[in-house]
Design a protein around this ligand. Sequence first.
Ligand code: DOR
Ligand code: ZN
Ligand code: ZN
Length: 325
Amino acid sequence: MKIVEIPAFIDMHVHFREPGFEYKETIETGLKSAQKAGYEIVCTMPNTKPVCDNLNTLNYILEKSKGYSCKLYPVCAVTKNLNSEELVDFETLSNAGAKAFSNDGLPILNHSVFYNALKSEKLILSHLEDETKEAIWQIQIFEELTREGFSPRLHFCHISKKSTLEAIKAAKARGLKITCETAPHYFTFTKENVTDTGVFKMNPPLGEESDRLFVIDSVKDGTIDVLSTDHAPHGNEEKLLPYDKSPNGITGLETAFSLTFAQFGLEKTLELMSYNPAKILGAEIKGKNKFDLDKTYTVHGAEFSSKCKVTPYENMILKGVKIDD
Ligand code: DOR
Ligand code: ZN
Ligand code: ZN
C-alpha cells in the first residue's frame, strides 16, 4: 500500500455529446466519469448538435453542468457550425464562459481564417488532420502574428506523430510559446493493435512503433506539455461495428491516470495532468486526490461511469486506485 495525496486533475479535451447525442454520453455521465477518475476541471469540445458556437447552446451546457464537484469548462467552436468560414463572436462567448475555442473533429484549413482566429488572442485548441503539414503552417502563422506584436495562444490537440513533434520541438527551440498534448493511447498502442472492429479506432489513428517511442521521449523532454484524454464516447453497438463502419473515438477518463503514471511516474504525471493544464487555462486547482499507487485493478469497461463501456484497455491490469474519503 502506498497512499499519496496529490492535486486533482484537469483534462483539456473531452467530448460529452450533449446536446444532441445523449445516447453516447451526457453532461451528467461525463462529469461523473471525470469526477470518479479524479478530475476537477474538464474542457468539453463543441462538436455537439447544435454545435456550441452560440450563446444559447453555451448557456444550456453551463446550466446542465451546475452542481457537480467536477467543473466543466466549455470550449466553443472557432467558426460557425465548424465550417471554417465565419468566425464566431469570440468576445461575447468568452464573456459568457467559453474558456477556449476549437473546431475539434475537423481541421481549419483556411489560412486566413486561422490567422484571424489566432489574432483574437483567445486560446485556440487546434485539431490537425494532415498532422505535420498543418502544424507547420499553423506555427508559421503563430510566428508571423508574434512578429506583428500580437500575443496568439495556440495549443495542438492529440499529437501522435514523430514528425509533428519534431516540428513542435523546433518551434519551441525558437522561443515560440506554443503548447501541445498527447493522449494515453498514443504512448500505449500502435497500429499493430488495431482489430477488425472499432475498439481501437480514433482520430488521429494509432501510428508506428517509432511514433509511439517518440511520443514517450517528447513527454520526457517537455515537448509535450499536457496529457489529455480526448475522451470521445460513442454508442456501445456502434463501437463494435466493423472497423470501417465504426465512428472515431474512445473513452479515456477512467484509465488516464494509471496509464500515465505507469509510463512516466508520479512527478511527470502531475505536470501533465495538473500543473501544465492549469497554467495554460489560467485555472487554479483547489481539490486533492488520494490514490493508492500500489493497488492494482483489472479494467472492465462495464464498470465505467461513462455511457461508453467499450475500451481498448479491457482486461488490462493497471496500478493506482483512487480512494474516496
Ligand atoms: O477520435 C476522435 N473522436 N477524434 C476526433 O477528433 C473527434 C472525436 C469525436 O468527436 O468523436
Ligand atoms: Zn481532435
Ligand atoms: Zn477530440
